[in-house]
Design a protein around this ligand. Structure first.
Ligand SMILES: O=C(CO)COP(=O)(O)O
Length: 151
């Protein structure tokens, strides 16, 4: 597939999500990185975002994951409205909305956004010089894709 450039601005739109068993770890991680996170625009699924708001972070809350929050985030990623996903998902518990979780992770790959799936990868990502700077990525050329399918 043809690709085009997409520039992630220095102030990023960051999605924060954690499954229940991972919420304490994400809360601690956000507290540790509060100064950096406040320089960006934050989004979260319903419960994660509401808990983070209680700690003083300005998080735009979507629906709770099992009620459609993962799908809302997926749509925002496809529309270029989310630049980075921090998702502390739970590998040891089955979720009623597992198809939504898979779909969310899949769409991050389709649109080539940086993703952290656990604390160590989140530490790497936030330590990266590009976290607070412009960063150019390659994304699918959707216009070209559509032309190819409709010609
Ligand atoms: O289920 C989730 C992600 O799959 C997260 O949803 P909550 O933040 O509402 O718990």
């Amino acid at each position: 597939m043809e690709t085009i450039e997409r520039t992630l601005e220095s102030q990023k739109n960051i999605a924060l999500v954690a499954h229940d068993n991972q919420k304490p770890a994400l809360m601690r991680w956000c507290a540790r990185n509060q100064d950096t996170l406040t320089q960006h625009t934050l989004y979260g699924t319903g419960t994660t975002g509401s808990l983070l708001r209680k700690t003083g972070l300005d998080v735009n809350c979507l629906y709770s994951g099992p009620m459609g929050g993962d799908q809302q985030l997926g749509a925002m990623i496809a529309e270029g409205k989310i630049d980075v996903l921090i998702f502390f998902w739970d590998p040891l518990e089955s979720m009623p909305h597992d198809p939504d979780v898979k779909a969310l992770l899949r769409i991050t790959t389709v649109w080539n956004i940086p993703v952290a799936i656990n604390e160590a990868s989140a530490d790497f990502l936030i330590a990266c010089e590009y976290f607070g700077e412009k960063f150019v990525t390659q994304i699918p050329d959707y216009s070209d894709y559509l032309i190819g399918r409709t010609n």
